[in-house]
Design a protein around this ligand. Structure first.
Ligand SMILES: *Cc1c(COP(=O)(O)O)cnc(C)c1O
Length: 366
């Protein structure tokens, strides 16, 4: 007996990610790269992605918390984890001992890390709040932060970073944010007595590095675009989507006009050949795609989703598709039907579409 394959799976293409990383390097004019790998590498698989991209020599792997850094450590990944946000007090001892890089978002965090670094100084970056409101020092707090830092023998400052809240929405604000960031960096670098050779200055996420330029940064922090989806549609053709979400047809049947499909009984407006597919919101295929004109690809043809998305199944209209049979593959998103298209239809963002694919969906790597 052979085990049956999973009903829904995601094919992950590392060659596509490497292509996207080359485009990041080109677009950011050779700056160092922090590969943002949080949330299971946006659903692509944390360890597999880290192993596949380790040889590309990113300067950091950007993670959300100590738990994700620990998974990288446990897998023997040598690239330094960087914690992309304020740390919880209970995470800091582990971060200090393992030598992972935190960003200092408050005086409280700074003082705690200083104490933890009394034997062996901790490499840390200074977080500036230039508009995100998620942690970091405001312009008028920078001087105080630097004064405190000078008394912190337990901390070795190895970088400065900030984050962009609207790089794909508000170019006027973002341009101004870039100049304010550059000015603050000038001020800080003048104030520091010594600046280590490998000091990192970073601001840009994907949208930032695609559309803006800083004169002070030497590191970029792309996430979404590495996985092949552009936050700015004009650049989509430069990228290759790394994930294709697939399932199979379990049943094909003829239903008469006026018959209902799925919960809520969406009534059919014509005699319909309907196909049932083995994927649903229990796999992370959003229920909010119901009744929004969503398509699914079968043999390269777009077929409309009909009725509500269920936990494990969806129903699509294959009346106009001549050849399809139970067992045939269907593509929910990938190269010819982008995750960003689904995001728009579901009323969410591409990041969420990728990150919310659940563990039930097997990942297949190539
Ligand atoms: C998640 C994250 C990124 C990556 O953003 P993308 O829009 O996916 O490129 C960069 N920087 C920080 C601080 C983040 O939290």
């Amino acid at each position: 007996m052979t085990e049956s394959p999973p009903r829904a799976w995601a094919e992950i293409n590392f060659e596509a990610m490497r292509h996207n990383l080359r485009f990041v390097r080109q677009q950011s004019e050779g700056q160092d790269v922090m590969v943002v790998i949080k949330a299971e590498a946006y659903g692509h698989g944390l360890i597999k992605t880290a192993k596949a991209l380790e040889s590309e020599n990113p300067k950091f792997f950007g993670v959300a918390n100590a738990g994700e850094a620990r998974l990288l450590f446990g897998a023997g990944i040598k690239i330094a984890p960087y914690i992309l946000g304020a740390t919880l007090p209970c995470e800091r001892e582990e971060i200090a001992i393992r030598g992972w890089t935190p960003c200092l978002c408050s005086l409280e965090e700074m003082k705690h890390f200083d104490a933890l670094g009394s034997n062996q100084p901790i490499n840390a970056h200074l977080a500036l709040d230039t508009g995100m409101g998620r942690g970091g020092f405001l312009p008028h707090q920078i001087e105080g932060a630097l004064e405190t830092l000078k008394r912190c023998q337990g901390i070795q400052l190895t970088g400065i970073g900030s984050h962009l809240p609207v790089a794909d929405e508000d170019p006027v604000f973002t341009q101004d944010q870039f100049s304010r960031f550059d000015q603050s960096v000038d001020r800080i670098l003048q104030d520091l007595e010594t600046v280590p050779d490998d000091f990192s200055v970073h601001l840009s996420n994907s949208a930032g590095l695609l559309n803006f330029h800083s004169r002070t940064t030497n590191l970029v922090r792309p996430g979404l675009m590495l996985y092949g989806i552009s936050p700015i549609p004009e650049y989509q053709d430069k990228l290759q989507p790394a994930m294709t979400l697939k399932t199979r047809i379990s049943l094909i049947h003829e239903l008469p006009k006026g018959h209902g499909v799925s919960y809520g009984r969406t009534l059919l407006s014509r005699d319909t050949r309907a196909a049932v597919l083995g994927i649903g919101y229990g796999d992370g295929y959003p229920r909010t795609l119901s009744d929004r004109g969503t398509d699914v690809l079968i043999h390269g043809t777009r077929c409309p989703l009909i009725g509500r998305v269920m936990m494990d199944q969806i129903i699509i209209d294959v009346t106009d598709l001549k050849n399809c049979a139970p067992g045939d593959e269907a593509i929910l998103f990938g190269e010819d039907l982008l995750a960003s298209e689904l995001a728009q239809k579901a009323g969410t963002i591409s990041w969420e579409i990728l990150a919310q694919i659940t563990p039930r969906v097997a990942r297949r790597y190539s």
